[in-house]
Design a protein around this ligand. Sequence first.
Ligand SMILES: C[S@@+](CC[C@H](N)C(=O)[O-])C[C@H]1O[C@@H](n2cnc3c(N)ncnc32)[C@H](O)[C@@H]1O
Length: 275
Amino acid sequence: MSLSKQDFDYVRGVVRDKAAIVLDDSKEYLVELRLSNLASMQGLPGVTELIRDVRDNGNRPLADLMVEAMTTNETSFFRDGLPFDAMRESILPELLQARAEQRSLKIWCAAASTGQESYSLAMLVRQCLQGTPDWDIRILGTDISPEVLTRAESGVYSQHEVSRGVPAESLVTEFQREGLDWVVRDDLKTMCEFRRMNLVGSWSGLPTFDVIFLRNVLIYFDTDVRRKILERAKRHLAPDGYLFLGGSETLLGLDLDQDFTRVLLGSASAYQVTT
Ligand SMILES: C[S@@+](CC[C@H](N)C(=O)[O-])C[C@H]1O[C@@H](n2cnc3c(N)ncnc32)[C@H](O)[C@@H]1O
């Protein structure tokens, strides 16, 4: 192991300050691996030089890349299935009826990664609307990592990526082939916007949403940060809106029982603001 304890502590301090991501002792190997890759991409001899450039020269763009390198961007279309079943079977029909007058629906993917979650939701909304015109559908995808957002915006996915979750019939109707890749069709893209946002930074300008997907990101934060993010999310959730967390994420132990009520939707569960 060439990463010194001092350097490891410095890196985890930066990552925690900038993104609230907690790197415990078991992540030492991961830090070294990912920073080695970053160092070689930057044309630097190694991790030590990379850290020195950030610490001693105050290279802020490199510090941001260092944080970005420590994010885990794993995602897939219709990941974990059940929340999307709940959206299709109950939530979208309910909300589309409740919003029939204003004909507007806002969904937020608060850790959008490379965009599969946003486009999965866009496919469901389009299927539920069945061509009904004049709905203003906004699906906002935010993430701390500019790199994943650039990929999300492009809407370009490999065969391997689409084979992880896109049903065969949707592949034909919602994507077009471009060489070896698949590109999301424009009518899905127009529903989706991607924007850089740090969940522990400013939330200014964020509207109220009908549905919030805040999935598989709270696991990287400590209890206090999780609670604060959920308290903020509550202020951006419509009174009849729904919040989804990841399969291994829960409000248990966060002292938010007064704030949210858990609702069962088939085999899925979501949260609503307690009234
Ligand atoms: C594992 S992915 C989850 C993607 C998607 N929500 C899903 O469940 O498939 C976690 C994402 O959270 C983002 N992330 C980590 N820390 C963040 C922060 N402080 N603010 C915003 N996004 C963050 C990472 O860049 C990464 O793309």
